[in-house]
Design a protein around this ligand. Structure first.
Ligand code: PEP
Ligand code: MG
Length: 587
């Protein structure tokens, strides 16, 4: 398989999702289509109409294939959406109008399509019914496809992915990552940008797809079809490896699978230390389909359902009904186990749709998460109504992201209560009251945790953001990724303060950031006294194994000694050495 004639290239990035993958490179290059605008000579009119017809036929064929595929993988309702797009291709309001513009205004087909699409979207704008108004984005979707086909551009990269592809890209949106990982054809991801807690990394981990991010100029250095071997634990990439290097990669792959099988044997045992401290190990999900692997790995519930992912790979937000169905599906699939659903955390690196979102100069500090929801009340209310309705179907808890102060919590809660009253008056079943907690993920929330604990029903610590904001390191920026230190004394002090505030107020405290699932921190978290740790499926068995073999008194002593030290490097070295001594065989 290896190309001995081609020199091997060795690249280094950040190991973002463990595991080893070998496959051929698929370079994903997403660019926005720019519409050319041309005036036609009379003789060009007929050929232009033919060109339009060819693009329509091609779009029709693509959509019919897509429909078949989506019906198979996602269910018939999704297939119907594609069918509606197909119908639009044949709608006289669309086709006849484009042809009229080509003939009468003598403009090229791409321009005509854009103009008609704009007009159609405008018509939808004035329809009072929300469902029909939302069809605006379908018009855009169809127009975009036709324009791409007119220009001979590749469409539906997700559909044409070869099996076992190593997807290489400059950057991947969370939506692209999720969509491709879901296709089941991706062996691994390599991106030039990103850090360990960027959302590309998180989605890859959730799907157990190996990934290396922050790999410099990989997307320029790797060519389509190159054989790529990547190690998502070490962050190494070999392009066109030799036979020997390849054999070594396969050996690592085999060892990884063996460890996983061993850890799975203990999956149904409780996560309880030898001196009786019980923790609940639960899972993080982005989509309902991730539940199956979670349960298979022994998750006792869901600690973080990142609902914003449902908003990412589409141009208009999901309706209340659609959201209700997704939440209900998750609650029912978990069969009475606790499920913590987080309200929308859009903004930052999670941008809905394509191009609609105005780029902020500093998105991490911008209109994100609860701020975004409070600024877009109707969007927020739609979600709250869907959640209230879904709560009837299982053991639901809800939490708000990026809370910085009490006013935000009160404002969000009062919105929830308003929705509860509205639904109640309309006679819609909404079930009994559920717990409403907050994500503690800003230094501000950590510092006033004692006050927040008076009004929040539980805390869930988001270390990805807490570390980003505490240490002032953009989690998307590769250049400062080396400063990401979960064991920085400031982080440990914050965590201690948060847990103490929760215990004092008698509310549960969980952690759902990436720190929760990394076995190297398990003893520190046991010592701190977290009630719940939420992580991806693959991390649960190892963390459980560690907790079951450990003693909390010993862990507390370890943490006390660590917190006597000062630099993050000293603390990390100390914790690693002690962890190796105690648990070297599982780390
Ligand atoms: C976090 O910040 O740690 C967290 C869990 O939320 P997200 O990664 O979605 O920002
Ligand atoms: Mg966060």
């Amino acid at each position: 398989m290896s190309s001995q004639a081609t020199p091997t290239l060795s690249l280094k990035g950040i190991g973002a999702s463990p595991g080893v993958a070998v496959g051929h490179a698929y370079i994903l290059d997403r660019k926005r289509v720019r519409t050319p605008k041309l005036r036609l000579a009379e003789a060009e009119v007929d050929p232009e109409r033919m060109r339009m017809k060819t693009a329509l036929d091609l779009s029709d064929r693509q959509l019919s294939e897509l429909k078949e595929q989506i019906t198979r993988t996602e269910g018939p309702e999704h297939g119907l959406i594609i069918e509606a797009h197909r119908l639009m291709l044949h709608d006289p309001m669309f086709v006849d109008e484009v042809n009229r513009l080509i003939v009468e205004d003598r403009i090229n087909a791409e321009w005509a399509v854009r103009r008609v699409a704009r007009k159609l979207k405008h018509l939808f704008d004035n329809i009072p019914d929300e469902y029909f108004r939302e069809r605006r984005s379908d018009v855009e979707y169809v127009a975009d496809r036709v324009v791409r086909n007119l220009m001979g551009q590749v469409v539906d990269e997700e559909v044409t992915l070869p099996d076992h592809a190593v997807v290489v890209a400059h950057d991947l949106s969370p939506a692209d990552t999720a969509m491709m990982a879901r296709s089941g054809r991706v062996a691994g991801f390599v991106t030039d940008l990103g850090g360990q807690t960027s959302h590309t990394a998180i989605v890859a981990r959730a799907r157990s797809t190996p990934a290396v991010v922050g790999a410099g100029r990989a997307s320029e250095q790797i060519s389509p079809g190159d054989l790529v071997a990547l190690d998502g634990t070490r962050g190494t990439i070999l392009v066109n490896p030799t036979e020997d290097q390849l054999a070594l990669f396969h050996e690592t792959m085999r060892r990884h699978q063996e460890n996983e099988a061993r850890a799975l044997e203990a999956k149904d045992l409780p996560a309880q230390s030898t001196d009786g401290f019980r923790m609940r190990l639960v899972g993080n999900i982005e989509f309902p389909e991730e539940i199956e692997p979670l349960l298979a790995h022994g998750a006792e519930g869901i600690g973080l359902y990142r609902t914003e992912f449902m908003f990412l790979d589409r141009k208009s937000p999901p309706t209340e009904e659609e959201q209700y169905r997704a939440y209900r599906q998750v609650l029912e699939a978990m069969g009475g186990r606790p499920v913590t659903i987080r309200t929308l955390d859009l903004g930052g690196d999670k941008v809905p749709g394509k191009g609609k979102f105005e780029k902020e100069p500093n998105p991490a500090m911008g209109l994100r998460a609860i701020r975004y929801c409070l600024a877009n009340r109707e969007l927020f209310r739609v979600q709250l109504r869907a959640l209230l309705r879904a709560s009837v179907h299982g053991n639901m808890r809800m939490m708000f992201p990026l809370i910085c102060g009490m006013s935000e919590l009160r404002e969000a809660r009062s919105e929830l209560e308003a929705c509860r009253t509205e639904l109640g008056r309309a006679g819609v079943p909404i079930g009994k009251r559920f717990q409403v907690g907050i994500m503690v993920e800003t230094p501000s929330a950590a510092l006033i945790a004692d006050r927040l604990a008076q009004e929040a029903d539980f805390f869930s610590v988001g270390t990805n953001d807490l570390i980003q904001y505490s240490l002032a390191i953009d989690r998307q920026n590769r250049d400062v990724a080396y400063l990401y230190k979960p064991l920085h004394l400031s982080v440990l002090r914050s965590l201690k303060n948060i847990v103490a505030a929760a215990k004092e107020a008698g509310i549960p405290v969980a952690m759902c950031g990436e720190m929760a699932g990394d076995p190297i921190y398990s003893l520190v978290l046991l010592a701190l006294g977290f009630d719940e740790l939420s992580m991806t499926a693959g991390q649960i068995p190892t963390v459980k194994d560690i907790i079951r073999r450990s003693n909390r008194a010993d862990a507390k002593q370890l943490l006390d000694t660590a917190m006597e030290l000062t630099t993050a490097e000293e603390i990390e070295r100390f914790i690693r050495t002690e962890m190796e001594k105690r648990l070297g065989d599982v780390l």
